[in-house]
Design a protein around this ligand. Sequence first.
Ligand SMILES: C[S@@+](CC[C@H](N)C(=O)[O-])C[C@H]1O[C@@H](n2cnc3c(N)ncnc32)[C@H](O)[C@@H]1O
Length: 251
Amino acid sequence: MKPKNLVPLQIRKLRPELVALTRRLRWWRLRLPTVTLQEITGWPAPRSHPEPILDGICMPPYTSSSLDDFDSLMSIVQWLQPTTVLELGTARGNTVANICRLMPSAHVYSVDAPTEKLSGKLTTYQLKEEQIGSVYRKYGYGDRVTQILENTLCLDLSSYFSGPVLDLGIVDACHDAEFVINDFLKVQPFVRHGGVVLLHDTHPSMGRHYHGSYRACMLLRHQGHDIRYLAGTSWALWINGWPSPGTRTPH
Ligand SMILES: C[S@@+](CC[C@H](N)C(=O)[O-])C[C@H]1O[C@@H](n2cnc3c(N)ncnc32)[C@H](O)[C@@H]1O
């Protein structure tokens, strides 16, 4: 005898997959081209780096996903050798702490909004002021970070930068498409030639929390911004002046 509710349960389980598939089909024409880490850095494999600071880490492969966001990020950082970094969406500051450790001369501008200033849906966390950046402070990097406690919708980066000085921008705040578009367009004018913007939680599966940022990147690309998907990760990236594959050297 057929068990009761079997069909509805199966459909319920399949629903997220079906939603993601529908999104992919609807947006197929605008999907991002893929670039590999090797094409960017010219290195055959990700560079080794010290064991990461794990406090408050929220990046694959240290979360449930098998993607390799953390090692790819650290390789790009080693290749770029940034001195000025901006991260939108810092949370407890794990990524900032790991960048400060890897790049002893880097200064990081960190933007995150405490709960009362947050808006949007895909915000990941709701943190109190004292929780934001607690990891980089714990590891002694507080004096290398300019902390900006602001909603990125209200952010005016011209108060901090007078021109294109950023080597690396990381967009990892609210993942609703309109926020990601706002964030990219605010960061882009301040990126130096050869500098990079990385956009997190951007994956062509468009499942779960990946759809807002991926959709934003497709729309930005459609407007003429050459944003590409980084293979094997949930990063998309834009380089100010893309080189021919394999020909780039760090500055
Ligand atoms: C995914 S977490 C960032 C993780 C961090 N990049 C890391 O690697 O450790 C997203 C953060 O963005 C912040 N956020 C969300 N929406 C924001 C907004 N509109 N303005 C500023 N920060 C925002 C949240 O408070 C949360 O801490």
